[in-house]
Design a protein around this ligand. Structure first.
Ligand SMILES: [Ca+2]
Ligand SMILES: [Ca+2]
Ligand SMILES: [Ca+2]
Ligand SMILES: [Ca+2]
Length: 265
């Protein structure tokens, strides 16, 4: 009898676990997009189709290459933490291209006060102004907080790249991004190359898990900006993805809230 009760409890626990709604959308949700009467998926979750570079992108913080004309701007206007900034306080947008080696990013940020007060790049890096780039190489989604299922790169104003490592401590991943930027008053333009690494990533041999890009590849991707203007904690955290549910600061934990890139020729 006790044995049966135990099995029944185990079954209930399993079923409840399966039913608990994870952040983001499932493949089932995507399937409802074109079905009448079903709730529409938020448009930020629809795939971005990214063009391949035909010329050469010179990383110099200026999107003057002709290839950039093939790409459309995507706004960073979805609030994840704090209150919604005015346009003067923060505005941001980005566009993307790709080749076999990297995803190219052109990011325009306007911020009334640029702030970088934590001298130690591993200390409260999210409370300085920083650009956050979320990458799930195989768009597998799911948790990634302390593993390499996905990365959440925090790019600081002084060109440091930080994320949580497998030892549950923040660490540098400076080599994962190729960085260039130009700053003019309250505007920064970043022109970046983002390398892709699989979930087999190993600090001692990063290149072994490096993934080359190809047409029709799908990638989980999201971009956000931590805006602080001399407060003790960041004032706004604004990205390009609508995140369902109460707690919208989920990107650093769960890759299910990332958007979807589809690479095309
Ligand atoms: Ca350039
Ligand atoms: Ca600001
Ligand atoms: Ca993954
Ligand atoms: Ca700021």
């Amino acid at each position: 009898m006790i044995h049966r009760i135990f099995i029944a409890c185990l079954l209930c626990f399993f079923l409840l676990g399966c039913k608990s709604k994870k952040p983001g959308y499932t493949d089932e949700d995507y399937d409802t997009v074109s079905q009448p009467g079903k709730p529409q998926i938020n448009e930020t979750f629809l795939p971005q189709y990214i063009s391949k570079v035909t010329g050469e992108i010179i990383l110099d913080g200026a999107g003057t290459e002709k290839d950039w004309d093939k790409s459309v701007w995507r706004n960073m206007d979805q609030l994840m933490l704090g209150d919604m900034p005015t346009k003067e306080d923060f505005s941001g947008r980005y566009k993307l291209l790709w080749d076999e080696e990297v995803i190219y990013m052109l990011v325009e940020i306007e911020d009334d006060i640029f702030m970088d007060v934590h001298r130690d790049g591993l200390e409260k890096y999210w409370d300085d102004d920083c650009l956050e780039i979320f990458v799930d190489e195989d768009r597998s989604r799911g948790p990634h907080q302390y593993d390499y299922n996905a990365f959440a790169y925090h790019l600081s104003l002084d060109d440091k790249v930080v994320d949580m490592g497998i030892h549950q401590k923040p660490q540098y991943y400076n080599d994962h991004l190729l960085i260039s930027k130009q700053r003019d008053g309250n505007k920064i333009v970043w022109e970046l190359g983002v390398k892709l690494y699989s979930d087999k990533y190993d600090d001692d041999n990063p290149e072994a898990s490096r993934v080359k890009l190809a047409s029709r590849k799908q990638i989980g991707f999201m971009v956000a900006y931590c805006d602080n203007d001399n407060s003790t904690e960041r004032e706004h955290f604004v990205g390009d993805m609508f995140i369902p549910g109460e707690d919208k600061n989920m990107g650093w934990i769960d890759a299910g809230v990332f958007g979807q890139l589809n690479l095309k020729e």
